[in-house]
Design a protein around this ligand. Structure first.
Ligand SMILES: NC(=O)c1ccc[n+]([C@@H]2O[C@H](COP(=O)([O-])OP(=O)(O)OC[C@H]3O[C@@H](n4cnc5c(N)ncnc54)[C@H](OP(=O)(O)O)[C@@H]3O)[C@@H](O)[C@H]2O)c1
Length: 392
């Protein structure tokens, strides 16, 4: 399926695929320079690419401690990436491919800081890629298709700065002379088979709160789409493009029309909760228009306990950014520009696959601190007493 119309500029013109690098390099393992390797997607990208690439990670604060990669301390915001000129030049000489996945993703940070990290960081990585003569794969977001309204930008400045900066980064990438691929994942969940995820995502916390019965109202209509894709699906699609030598284009790594509806996500959470005890109260879902007009002013007023107010604001922020009534476009499974028989943009996802992946993610969350493990009596009931099995 081709991507649905977006308010943002059209995808980059497609550049013809080149020979896979290892072939072009006469069998030498190509060097891939990765930013954000310690992040949620970075870890999944390492799993996907480590077998074929020598991976050098520009790491920031978090050590990777992964024997498959070489770490180099760096800061996107520092002049020359915070590298010595000699190290910068060495990296430029060694690098065959750049994957730029690092970004300021914390919406509680200063909006100006978010913008600077994302935009200046992308410029700095393009500069290095240009010196290396290497293509750059830029990890954007599918929610560039959801530009924040003025009202939401005022109410949620961090989330708005993130979204606007990601769209501006795409422009910076598009305007550069470096052959570049733009990747647009939707909300990334943990691994489709194990549920494993290396960081706490806002969405996981929100779903966990539904499982615990802590969510009285949920911003967004039952039919709103929650477009979320497992991290391994995003990593596989990225890997396909890198390995396939694709050096142009924009790819929507999304569920698209297969994205689950909010009521299905909620139902999955409630059924999952039944493994631990009585079914929690179903959150009342309210249409998005009513969130801004009614719910948020109500929350901001007196009378709501501070913790509930904070939680509802967090959900509203998350869902205002990540929900859409219409499906996003998707490139998964389309292999645009691929030679016959080759897959370049990952596999398409089905609704069943997504539902099962969601259950695996809930299982992983439930077994972690802050999940269901620490709650008194919150061990799963024996299989025989679980009346409805969630995933086949
Ligand atoms: N996760 C999602 O749902 C999702 C969805 C769509 C698109 N994306 C995009 O995918 C990319 C990866 O997301 P993610 O979820 O993996 O993010 P993440 O878990 O928050 O990781 C972000 C990474 O960026 C690094 N970083 C932040 N500031 C830096 C700086 N100044 N210099 C160098 N590195 C810096 C962080 O290092 P430290 O932690 O050491 O600071 C971390 O490794 C981002 O571009 C994001 O916008 C993510």
């Amino acid at each position: 399926m081709s991507p649905s119309p977006s308010p943002f500029p059209p995808p980059l013109p497609h550049r013809p695929p080149v020979l896979p690098l290892s072939v072009a390099l006469g069998g030498r393992r190509p060097t891939l320079l990765l930013t954000g390797g310690a992040g949620v997607l970075g870890r999944a990208l390492i799993d996907e690419l480590a077998a074929e690439y020598r991976i050098v990670c520009l790491r920031h604060r978090t050590p990777l401690q992964d024997p498959r990669v070489q770490e180099v301390g760096a800061d996107l915001l520092a002049p020359g990436l915070g590298l010595t000129p000699a190290v910068w030049r060495r990296l430029a000489a060694e690098t065959d491919v750049v994957v730029h996945s690092a970004a300021a993703t914390n919406w509680r940070a200063e909006p100006a800081e978010i913008r600077r990290t994302n935009i200046e960081g992308t410029r700095a990585m393009l500069e290095l890629a240009e010196a290396a003569g290497a293509p750059l794969y830029y990890m954007s977001t599918a929610f560039v298709a959801n530009p924040p309204s003025a009202e939401n930008a005022e109410r949620f400045p961090g989330a708005a700065a993130y979204l606007v900066s990601k769209a501006e980064c795409e422009e910076v990438v598009r305007d550069s002379a470096v052959p570049a691929v733009i990747l647009r994942p939707s909300v990334v969940m943990g691994d489709s088979a194990t549920g494993h995820i290396s960081g706490a995502q806002g969405l996981t916390r929100a779903l966990g709160a539904i499982v615990k019965g802590q969510v009285p109202v949920l911003p967004g209509a039952p039919e709103a789409r929650i477009d979320t894709v497992p991290q391994d699906v995003v990593a596989r699609a990225t890997g396909d493009l890198v390995r396939g030598g694709v050096t142009g284009g924009a790819y929507w790594l999304t569920a698209g029309e297969h994205a689950l509806f909010q009521h299905e996500v909620v139902e999955t959470c409630l059924e999952f909760a039944e493994r631990y005890g009585p079914r929690p109260h179903k959150p009342r879902m309210i249409p998005l228009e009513a969130v801004n007009r009614l719910l948020l002013p109500l929350i901001d007023g007196a009378g709501f306990p501070a913790s509930l107010r904070r939680r509802l604001r967090d959900y509203a922020e998350l869902l205002l950014v990540f929900q859409r009534d219409l499906p996003l476009g998707t490139s998964l499974g389309t292999s645009p520009g691929a030679p016959p028989g080759a897959v370049l943009g990952g596999e398409a996802v089905s609704r069943d696959f997504l539902r099962q992946a969601l259950v695996r993610n809930l299982e992983y969350w439930a077994g972690r601190p802050g999940g269901m493990r620490t709650r008194r009596g919150a061990e799963p009931r024996p299989a025989a007493t679980v009346t409805r099995e969630l995933a086949s």
